[in-house]
Design a protein around this ligand. Sequence first.
Ligand code: ZN
Length: 285
Amino acid sequence: MGGIGFVDFEKFSLACLAKQSWRLTSNPGSVWARVLKGLYFPHSNFWQATKSNHSSWIWQSLLARRNVTKEGTLYKIRDGGNVLIWEDPWIKSSPNFRVDRPANCPTNIIWVADLIDHNRLEWKRNLVRQVFSPNVAKSILQIPIAPRGCEDKLVSKYENSGTYSVRSGYRLLAKSSYADLVNRTMQSNHIPDKVWKYLWELSFLPTIKIFMWRDLLNAIPVNDSLSRRGIKVEPICPVCYQEVETIEHCLFWCSFARATWFSGPCAYKLDMIGFSSLLIIGGCL
Ligand SMILES: [Zn+2]
């Protein structure tokens, strides 16, 4: 947990426990995973499994932590045979890594494998472009494909190794808290007075303070806020094509933003938990 200046122990504990769910889903061939499957979800998968009256405490605990694991992971496509196009997370550039089924989509397009020409080992380019929006299609066509029999793999989005870690789980929970705080604030349309007071007393250039003021009001026209307001733009970041373009992504999380911070005079290496948003900083005052 190096680099974390403070720890919310409830979230830390939840992140630790979620690692067990990760082990279950990322290693379905293990004895432990096969026993649980036989007992609790013989005809479905872990994500679709439900709690019964006879569920053990361990099983109930795993289900309770499932969302933490699920929201931080996505499928790395190989042959596409185990990934549902419209239900599973597999497209990095889409919100929650998922895509909605268009109304005019053929009903026989269900699995990612349905989008692949397995003989030529390439995407069915015309079909992909026909079914998906241009940016999503572009993201899909960049995904490398493996031969039949190479199973799709669940990976963590937040670790380069692709393996879930307590740190990545904690990071996800921290971001969720941030989102909750933003939503509550925006719904009530109220920023605490001490945040405004702190902002206007900063000895920054007025231009920078105005920018921070607009950020706190969620008034920066990034693709995420534009699309939420009904403007027809793709929410994806047009620079890295990896995540939704929120103001936090633009300023802190985008790989290009982090490179910019690091290449500046201060060579600042962003800690994505401790310095995730202006509002969090304001809320800590
Ligand atoms: Zn980006």
